[in-house]
Design a protein around this ligand. Sequence first.
Ligand code: DP6
Length: 414
Amino acid sequence: KLVHTSGAPIYMETSSAPTNIATIKYWGKADAKWNTPINDSVSVTLNQDDLKAVTTVAASTAFENDRLWLNGEEEEGAADNKRFRACVDGVRALATEKKDDDGKVLVTKEDWSKMKIHVSSYNTFPTAAGLASSAAGYAALVAALALLFGAKEEFPGQLTSIARQGSGSACRSLSGGFVAWRKGGKKEDWSDSLAEQVADENHWPEIRAVIMVVSDAKKDTSSTAGMSTSVETSLLLKHRADTVVSQRMEAIEKAFLAKDFETFGQLTMADSNQFHATCLDTYPPIFYMNDVSKSIIRIIHVYNKWAGKIQAAYTFDAGPNAVIFTLEEHAVEVGALMLHYYPEFGDKYVNNPDFEKKIKDFKLDKDLLEATDKTGREPKSGEVKMMYYTSSGPGPQRLTDTILNLDPTTGLNT
Ligand code: DP6
């Protein structure tokens, strides 16, 4: 039991949460207030051993204000932020009473509203890598709050509908494996816009991701701002949402369940390309991929052609980084090919030492290199900052044995 220096109890919980990478993209809001999408989307949850957000939440009557620290820095005014409020107030509305081991009530449902909340969150991967996705952060926040308040869902997926109001893609980080976000809209309060697990992380354990962190000097247009301009101006986006995505969703979920990599990969690449086409169709246009991103696309297509089948599939979000999905049996070859054209830059270039050794030792096929050389790409370091190798993993995890982010006697960031 944690006690504040003032004598009031502090209740505290910590949760980690994964990032996710969409293979059918969310782009465009149907309702800005509820943060709901114009189309369904689906993503692979990545492994928290490699990338995760860790969030500690604490509640106490001793706290004077709601406060938030991100990677150790306090965010001033964060407690009034609409997204943060939606998550805290949304999960607290589902609170239940807290009892001690003897069944004595410590906190009633109503008591939770009398307490202020402190939140501290950090990413276990370098923020500089540009992978600091809001998805992991908001998913960890909602998962930790759900533990703290003993939240009880009124219907399955309700917590995902709350995380969605923090950041849309966050709703897909509350489960492992392959997760779909159903756009909803039949209910007036959009409570049917929620995420649903299609398959867990054990269904297709051979799935791997090689992430190329592409250097970029300029700041991207934020997803929120970008998609708002796209909805206003792109007819291609409207066509995509109205007629393309629903067919693709059905096909990719079927492919994932059947472990059909060729169909999964083809749809993943086609959908990434269409998303970036809608960005170009936005007026004024938005550019997220750069020349390095495009060179990766060319190399992957030549690689698949050489292999005679789709063995690797790229996808790009609102930035130049490439996420390349492949299967375990081809991961070293794909990693070696990437290392060949985007050689080591600085130390800790590859996150996983075992994978690093394997891709350095791997001998790439002569015909393959002859073909990929024809894309015009020459080996050159500095344009890719880091390579991440990871797999698919589970949803949020409760952490009890790690050092807490918040001091148990003051509730302040440690
Ligand atoms: C390109 O979830 O970051 O990554 O709801 O405004 O917070 P907000 O947007 P966000 O957008 C993600 C867009 C994407 C595609 C995807 O993850 O589906």
